[in-house]
Design a protein around this ligand. Sequence first.
Ligand code: T4K
Length: 391
Amino acid sequence: MPLKVIRSKVDLAINGAPPAFDLPLHVGRPNIGNREAFLRSVGQILDHQWLTNNGPVVQEFERRIAAYLGVKHCVAMCNGTIALEIAIRALGLTGEVIVPSWTFVATAHSLYWQGITPVFADIDPATHNLDPDAVRRMITPRTSGIIGVHLWGRAAPVAELKAIADEHGLKLMFDAAHAFGSTYKRESIGRFGTCEVLSFHATKAFNTMEGGAVVTNDDELAEAMRLMRNFGFKGYDNVIHPGTNGKMIEVCAAMGLANLDAFDDIVAVNTRNHHAYRETLGDIPGISLLGFDPNDRNSHHYVVVEVGKNCAASHDEIIAALHAENVLARKYFWPGCHMMKPYRDLFPHAGLMLPHTTAVAGKVIVLPNGQGTAIGNIDSIGSIFRALGTL
Ligand code: T4K
């Protein structure tokens, strides 16, 4: 619980007052579902002495995730990045692939790591997702595909990207790392493009500690990815495909099953918190909360604040003030992938084509959410923002 009441700027830690929280409030504190079920399952895993390599718990996890999302195949992996890499390879992407720069760097790395050039297209500043017109502008004879990202769990413009991909003969897949439980036009994310890639990292709304998956309705693709995640083995001593080690372990799948049972409760807490943030931040000049399409489902995991030019405090001043209070707000995904060294070296002038990405990167602050974030904490975070608004 907060340690103090903040009425004005003199009560702020940046002005010498004690911090609002004695322990850090993190963005990305893991949600932990049914602890007893998880521990029971870990006991059984140890008893059975089957720890990894497509064990029974991973197989059950895959069945449950596929059923939950309404897709034919869930290929569970050790993390979302390897899942992206394997999906990209199984899809046969080459040359250049269009992605947003406004995403976690793994989206770009999973291409570049495999000798494919990520080409950054700008976003729609209202949704933070790829702008289809910007995607069209980045197509060249070397383009083989598009990876849309459902950023913050909000669906990318699926229909528009599909139309572009079809028109130009490009492959289309989605990085759905943020979008477990989200919908697009009321249909579950996981069913779009040739495949979609999920992350179940500890910091996600739904986690398996570390983990990820590719979900798809394509039988051949699923079969190829199952081989690829296990060194290309088909049975003992028989390698029929190039591959890597992308396997999910049994304990991670057990965590996933325990969290799947609790997922509705997790979403309910996130949604409640989202409303509380909207309430407490609503009337502060220059501060706005990124909205979601009310017709679609979202886990409401990410609380994304934008600091406008008319705010009394700057983006950096607000971050510094929150950190001083022990609220470890994040600037995800500042400054954009195109500004990170490997990609800045590759395309020093990429920013010229990315004005909205640059503008959004300069104003986003992501705030804590999840089971560890109490309403009292949110009220206190709101009072920090209000005090800063009077700087
Ligand atoms: N595509 C997209 C769009 C993604 O966002 C991601 C991952 C991927 C692909 C790749 O999926 P994975 O390969 O990761 O499955 C975090 C996560 O590491 C990363 O999974 C995530 N996106 C990204 C948005 O956030 P960092 O660098 O912020 O992590 P870190 O270690 O700073 O953790 C965040 C906070 O969470 C910390 O302040 C403390 C807290 N925390 C973290 C962990 C791991 C805990 O309290 N307990 C924990 O166990 O990247």
